[in-house]
Design a protein around this ligand. Sequence first.
Ligand code: NAP
Ligand code: MG
Length: 494
Amino acid sequence: MGQRVALLPAVAQFLGREQKLLIGGAWVPAASGETFATLNPATGRPLTQVAQGAAVDIDRAVQAARAAFPAWAALLPAQRERLLHRFADLMEEHKAELAQLETLDNGKPFNVAYNVEVNVAIGQMRYYAGAPTRLTGETYPVSSPGFLVYTRREPLGVCGAITPWNYSLVMATQKIGPALATGNTLVLKPAEQTPLTALRLAELALAAGIPPGVFNVVTGFGDTAGAALTAHPDVNKVAFTGSTDVGRAIVRASAGNLKHVSLELGGKSPLIIFDDADLPAAAEAALWAIFANSGQNCVAGSRLYVQRRVYDTVLGELAARAGRLKVGDGLEPDTSLGPLISQRQLDQVLHFVEQGVAGGGTLVTGGQRPGGDLAGGYFLQPTIFGGVAEDSVIAREEIFGPVLSAFAFDDEADVLPRANHSRYGLAAGVWTNNLSRAHRLAQHLRAGVVWINTYDWFDPAVPFGGVGESGYGRELGSQVMDMYTELKSVWVKL
Ligand code: NAP
Ligand code: MG
């Protein structure tokens, strides 16, 4: 066993000062002077105070972003690349600090914050740092004589990014990277529960030489600061990750100036295990599919379908593995599952567990809050339900906590419609050693991403997004460039 992670002096200093808004390159308080506390979900205690930005602060930030836009868009592609690479370099230099802030603010285990979250965020920044010199148009063979026709990709202008608390850094860089690479300027409104890493990123962006106003951060609440950003007449695009209900509100708010919107929303993703699969590997994958990030994961594999012949074996294996997971403070070295993000989230998840029991589900394991030292935090034991009715609330709604519902199925024809029976369509997983069946299911599962004999893998080069009420638009990959540019067609009579 290792030792509890010791806080870096830089992290202690960061937490020691009240955090302000970054607008036009200057750190300023909210116009109202108001602040709010961000809490450590492992203890329920405040970490520091953060400026409570509202509509007038959003307006100032949008004006600053508008003023910075022409010069940023006019930079040579290689100049933008250099600045974005320097930004990624600084993230790398301050990796441990970013990971500690993420663990404190969000609760996730430090080794996950360090080895997964911050690494992925840096990888994304690097991928998009290289994008400006590869932003090309096309030429077209038109059927009229004597023309040259080509397209240009032009930035949209001022973009807004609204991010959730579950992967605060990655959700931010996934939007900052492509927005800035394509020559847009940006206003970011991070989740109220986890504002700290966005603020530290903004300091690093300034230090990297990204010009004032190109990247602005306004911390605050969704229904004030967030709503103002989505309704602002001078914002050209909003990229959002979060709940489906807020996604709907954003679409409505965007109607005023018909700003572009891309939405990464919730999910209730199925993971299907056939009896010919490598069962121990499948059980391990199913374990992390639901319990990674304490289930607070948009692609959480929260509906597990296991072929009937191996159902008891797989569930037994899964429950044994779940029982060995260590729930605890993310700064403790042996923690594998951190707390939920807030008392509110914990209450919601516990309510789902009650509904599961009331609806006749069988608790295979978990369902309890750990006591002792952990009583002050928002912890919940990893929880697995069997015998759940497929039309019950816990089988249909996104729980966003460490709660799995498991079902038995007979064959491919039985499981496919059941897996597809969801208003969401973000991700799906299939475990089988039958090649044809794997590809048939990949084709017919209604989801933006299908993982075969694996789960929850991402890469900056691979597009990600959902269908149905999981949202629209894609992030990552080169395809995200379409979400941050307008295509202009130019006709030249030769
Ligand atoms: P949320 O309300 O959708 O929050 C996501 C972001 O949107 C936050 O920055 C939030 O601000 C902001 N926001 C809230 N209302 C807004 C509005 N009217 N206009 C503009 N922005 C607004 O999600 P949540 O309350 O944190 O979590 C609730 C549920 O959402 C979860 O239980 C889960 O089901 C789902 N969720 C999904 C994902 C995902 O990755 N797909 C991520 C997080 C949550 P505040 O910081 O003030 O809330
Ligand atoms: Mg917090």
